[in-house]
Design a protein around this ligand. Structure first.
Ligand code: MG
Length: 316
């Protein structure tokens, strides 16, 4: 076979390939083969052209995508290179100046003192808000008067930071829920025990259901730790309360949250409440706006507990 013959065979093969892509029929393909020398300059050039066309048709989008990506990267780099530290600085509004307490737990300058050791002027009876709070103030502390019932603040609050110190008597008696039981109602929504209770209890070597021990949001949260001190020593609660928000029709818009530290140890971390804390039954929300803060006079027979240094900072 001559060189020319080989060339023709190669060319014929490519022409067949090319004609399939052009969708020509058998007779057209035969004519192309017959007159191939007249319509195509050289088979190698034609083959190369076919290959280039094929690559362009199938790979061109990748090329353009690459070009766009490169352009975006260059643009982003250009923006970053012109950014300044000042672009992300915020200067207003300035936080108000607050003078902190002289010691840990002492009220800061913008706190409302609810009990400073002298009187219960900020408190009323929870059963009868027109009656005074009749708990016992002596030696700069206030002690529960179980016969007088719960007491609550004259003022009402929505969102706030709260501090309170409390002491289980050294001679405490009883066990479980009947040992130094009281409570801090972060929002009092009615007389007696209506509202949202942060449990107060002697939980130092005193077993009970864990969602009812000190540090629990009663029957809802299990404290993250048990940092109780012995009876006779002062305990400290620091809490941040975010009140629930309701729609005009009484439905819940956003739930209540509580973050609580007991003796400086986190026991509730932005805990979402399911509603009011109930002794029996499932929690539910009931619409309210602002609410007093309430302290519980629990009717267990153990000796009454005491409180001191109670203050609140509104966060509205
Ligand atoms: Mg209680």
């Amino acid at each position: 076979m001559s060189d020319n013959a080989i060339s023709t065979v190669h060319y014929a093969g490519e022409r067949l390939f090319f004609s399939r892509r052009l969708n020509v029929n058998q007779s057209q393909r035969a004519r192309l083969l017959l007159h191939s020398d007249a319509i195509v300059p050289r088979p190698e050039i034609q083959l190369l052209r076919c290959m280039l066309l094929d690559i362009m048709r199938t790979q061109m989008w990748k090329f353009f995508a690459f070009v766009i990506l490169v352009a975006m990267a260059v643009s982003l780099y250009a923006q970053q290179s012109t950014a300044k530290p000042e672009d992300t600085e915020v200067w207003h509004p300035e936080p108000k100046v607050v003078t902190p307490g002289a010691t840990c737990g002492a009220p800061p300058s913008d706190a409302i003192i609810l009990f400073g050791g002298k009187n219960l002027d900020e408190w009323v009876s929870a059963q009868n808000r027109s009656a005074p709070a009749k708990w016992i103030v002596a030696n700069s502390v206030v002690t529960v008067n179980k016969a007088a019932g719960n007491i609550e603040t004259k003022r009402t609050f929505r969102n706030y930071q709260f501090h309170m110190e409390w002491r289980i008597p050294e001679n405490i008696t009883g066990s479980g829920q009947l040992r130094g039981n009281s409570g801090l109602f972060l929002a009092s929504t009615g007389p007696e025990d209506a509202g949202y209770e942060l449990q107060v209890l002697d939980s130092y070597n005193n077993k009970t259901y864990v969602n009812g021990m000190a540090g629990s949001l009663y029957k809802q949260s299990i404290p993250l730790a048990n940092p109780m001190r012995k009876p006779g020593e002062w305990q400290a609660y620091d809490a941040v309360w975010t009140a629930p928000v309701f729609n005009a029709d009484g439905s819940l818009k956003s739930p209540a949250y509580a973050t609580v530290f007991l003796n400086g140890v986190l026991v509730d971390n932005h805990f979402e409440l399911k509603g009011e804390t109930l002794y029996i039954g499932q929690p539910f929300y009931k619409k309210f706006d602002r609410a007093p803060i309430k302290l519980q006079a629990h009717d267990d027979p153990s000796p009454p507990i005491s409180f001191r240094n109670i203050w609140v900072r509104e966060l509205n």
